[in-house]
Design a protein. Structure first.
Lengths: 631, 202
């Protein structure tokens, strides 16, 4: 990780997300809050790391809406605040954000949306550029980490000037791109503001007041389109070129290099503000060329707007892109995508023989076994999945967002659904109403706090019959271990009151509640079987911390991680372990199963899985269940 | 120093220290004042899923993603993951490969045959790279003190190939700088063992 507090004027290696955090610090940030979500998480992690040192307030909030409202509260008290979220997190926060655009701010506020084209780590590929226009807030889009820092900083200045929040939109390849960044002065620090609405009705959005504020907002956006948006647009390349490319974000970086490879005279219009668009700049560009290729990931956002501008300003220009079939709409762009689109648009052969590369590599790739994401060795979710399969194999399984979503895979197959944060319990309500099936909702601790609680309340009040398995691994694991309301520490490492899930569940009125260590397979299985028999809402909490936390702590304490082994005299090569438990440390030699010592964490969870007792500790091996390690 | 374009992929499985390894190379580039763009994917599958990073160094670089067929250096911390980079490998590619295959457990459930290391090596050579260097990185790491520094062993071997656009010593210095103090000596020992192993003829 880069040094977020490196002195001004130095060049530092920063991840795009770290660059956003640094930009906020340079802009005088006071308060930030977020819920973790890939690819946005490292912005918050960076701020959490330096918060106490710099004197800013940072928290991991219960969800994106709460984080946004907290940041709004700060900005309405005259401070500078930041919130950031993944693209789908914006949906959660959007209820607050739409009206926030009317309300504006008294201090300054920046909202970062980190989109995930290709759905590398997401449930969809939604294109949040549409939010800029539909919410009515200006949106900046950096192309490299340096711009991620600079644009974030400028977004604060502009927000302070226009008194509305500014959006910064990144994508995975910006958020998770590391590059050299020239730093500026950090001006962030602690501050206390005062909540005094600038006008008595400023923050009261009802009927006539809302309409007044709506009109006011549209006026500001017209001003920004004329005065600010053009300064974020850059035209590059020979002015007499007849071929042009319109692009933004990381697509600009691909397009710039691809144009060199096809070796044609072309110019590029790079847009740094994608809402509101600099229509005059676009009009001038469109009227100066014969053909334009729009290079943008996901929706034809710029393409449609280029067509709208061209109707009056350049009716003759040919606009190519997704709508003409030159560029794909699904997945992220690579150098190859852009080169192929560009070659098609220019009517030339691509400068690289992709067909030959495909032919040569596909022969090899056929022989490389796929390696989809797997639950880590020692992962408590594997044990919960194992018990669920045995105890409730015929149920309808509603999964949720978290590492445990991987339980949809063989050999567990105890997730028929992964949808949106908290959807597991909400969907279980619907399946129970509509069918006579046993229904099980699987949800993690952090997701439960985020959006699971209202659905559980709903289930109890409406007399549903369902089993909710809360897989409490004591952390927000998938995004890299952020605290949540149920942990004993907060984002900046201070002790914090842990909200107890069991007590929450009991207070809601669930009368069947069991808390088990998932490593105790027999007990977990029993608890689930009994829960399924319960007439009403039942909750089983499988409580054991994320194995990576356990391993990190053991290493820190200087304790040796000694792998388990397979006793060759006992292994009958029945493969029950592989076919039911599938730990990544298992190696099938063709005549027996072995444990790869470079992979095994030495937890001992596999011991009860073997019918012949072939998994054995070695000298120094621990047994996490018996020794109560990680519970 | 003028470098136009030098493309690196570090491939392996989650938990092998792929990000750290790439960060060391990027740090060396920064110290030498070279332009670079590094791309990585975070999130799910911290352990034993397929993981790769791309690092592009040079004045001609703007995209963070490598074009097929233009890879200069492949560090394969796990051989199957190295082979998965096939579309990027060409006659300009130097491959440094760990010899320890970690079979994906899901492949057993699908009855997908898992190639042995010898088969992987054969397939790799068939792609026509400039050079393939094979290393028992886990053995060397264990010799240095811990399995977990197999990545640093590979880094030392990468230095020994001489293809990195850095002067002698730059990578080791970057490693020293990036290492957490607790692992610094261990990392440097592993680096040196990797460098020596890759320098041996044959």
């Amino acid at each position: 990780m880069g040094d977020l507090l490196a002195p001004a004027n130095t060049l530092e290696v920063l991840l795009g997300n770290e660059a956003v955090a640094r930009g906020a610090l340079e802009a005088g940030l006071n308060v930030a809050a977020a819920y973790p979500g890939t690819p946005s998480t490292e912005i918050g992690e960076s701020l959490a790391r330096v918060a106490r040192k710099v004197g800013i307030y940072f928290e991991w909030s219960a969800n994106e809406k709460v984080a946004t409202e907290l940041a709004m509260g700060a900005a309405w008290s005259g401070l500078r605040s930041l919130t950031m979220m993944k693209h789908v997190g914006f949906n959660v926060a959007s209820d607050a954000i739409f009206t926030l655009a009317y309300a504006g701010v008294t201090g300054a506020m920046v909202i970062v949306s980190a989109d995930d084209p290709h759905a590398h780590s997401s449930q969809n590929e939604q294109d949040n550029r549409h939010y800029g226009e539909s919410v009515g807030l200006p949106m900046l889009e950096p192309s490299i980490p340096q711009e991620a820092k600079d644009f974030t900083k400028e977004a604060f200045e502009l927000s302070s000037k226009y008194k509305i929040p500014f959006l910064v939109r990144t994508t995975t390849r910006i958020s998770h791109q590391r590059g050299p960044v020239r730093l500026g002065e950090i001006t962030a620090g602690p501050a206390k503001g005062r909540f005094v609405p600038p006008e008595p009705d400023r923050y009261l959005q009802v009927g006539s007041i809302a309409r007044k504020h709506h009109a006011e907002l549209l006026g500001k956006l017209r001003e920004i389109a004329l005065d600010v948006s053009p300064s974020f647009a850059k035209v590059e390349g020979p002015s007499d070129a007849e071929f042009g490319v319109i692009t933004s974000g990381v697509s600009y970086a691909h397009a710039k290099e691809a144009l060199k490879l096809v070796n044609v005279d072309a110019k590029i219009l790079k847009l740094g503000m994608t809402f509101p668009l600099p229509e005059d700049v676009m009009g001038d560009f469109l009227s100066s060329v014969n053909t334009v290729l729009v290079v943008e990931e996901l929706d034809p956002y710029l393409e449609l707007r280029a067509k709208a501008v061209a109707k009056d300003r350049a009716p003759e220009v040919e606009i190519l892109g997704k709508m003409t079939g030159h560029m794909p709409r699904v997945g992220e762009y690579t150098m190859r995508t852009v080169l192929e689109g560009l070659s098609k648009a220019l009517g030339v052969a691509p400068p690289v023989n992709f067909a030959e590369i495909d032919r040569r590599s596909s022969e090899v790739l056929k022989k490389v076994p796929p390696r989809p994401p797997v639950l880590c060795p020692a992962c408590p979710h594997r044990s919960t999945g194992y018990a669920l399969r045995r105890a409730a194999g015929r149920a309808a399984f509603m999964g949720d967002i978290g590492c445990y979503a991987l339980l949809f895979q063989k050999p567990f197959r105890v997730e028929h659904v992964t949808h949106a944060m908290g959807s597991s319990i909400g969907l279980a309500n619907g399946i129970d109403v509509a069918t006579d099936q046993d229904v099980v909702a699987l949800i993690g601790d952090s997701t439960f706090f985020h959006a699971g609680i209202p659905a559980l309340i709903n289930a109890v009040h409406n007399k549903r019959k369902m089993t909710v398995v809360i897989m409490d691994n004591r952390i927000t694991a998938m995004t890299g271990h952020q605290p949540h309301p149920g942990t004993e520490v907060n984002a900046v490492g201070e002790e914090a009151p842990a909200v107890d899930i069991e007590r929450v569940v009991r207070a809601i009125g669930v009368d069947y509640v069991r808390v088990v260590d998932p490593y105790d397979h027999a007990e977990t299985e029993r608890a689930i079987r009994d829960a399924l028999k319960h007439d009403g809402v039942s909750v089983v909490i499988t409580k054991r911390e994320c194995a990576l936390l356990t391993v990190a702590r053991l290493r820190k304490e200087g304790r040796r991680i000694v792998p388990y082994r397979v006793n060759p005299d006992k292994c009958t090569y029945c493969r029950v372990c592989i076919n039911t438990f599938a730990c990544p440390a298992f190696v099938d030699t063709g005549s027996m199963v072995e444990i790869d010592p470079t992979v095994c964490f030495g937890c001992g969870a596999c011991v009860p899985v073997c019918p012949y007792g072939a998994f054995e500790p070695q000298e120094g091996s621990l047994n996490w269940r018996e020794q109560k390690i990680g519970v | 120093m003028d470098v136009r374009e030098f493309n690196v992929i570090v491939a392996g499985v989650g938990g092998q220290g792929i990000l750290f390894t790439t960060n060391v190379i990027a740090r060396a580039a920064l110290k030498l004042g070279l332009n670079f763009a590094q791309s990585e994917v975070h999130g799910l599958s911290q352990r034993y899923g397929s993981i790769r990073t791309e690092l592009r160094i040079g004045s001609g670089v703007s995209s963070p993603l490598i074009l097929e067929g233009t890879l200069d250096l492949l560090l394969a911390l796990e051989p199957l993951e190295g082979l998965r980079q096939a579309p990027y490998i060409s006659e300009r590619t130097t491959v440094v490969m760990n010899d320890h295959v970690i079979p994906p457990v899901g492949a057993y459930l699908e009855r997908f045959p898992i190639p042995s290391f010898e088969e992987v090596l054969e397939l790799m050579k068939g792609l026509g790279p400039k050079k393939v260097i094979v290393l028992s990185a886990y053995d060397l790491a264990k010799k240095a003190g811990d399995y977990i520094v197999a990545n640093t062993v590979m880094l030392g071997a990468a230095q020994a190939t001489g293809v990195l656009p850095f002067p002698e010593g730059a990578l080791r210095e970057a490693l020293e700088e990036v290492s957490p103090s607790r692992y610094r000596d261990l990392n440097l020992r592993a680096f040196d063992l990797g460098r020596e192993a890759a320098s041996l003829p044959g």
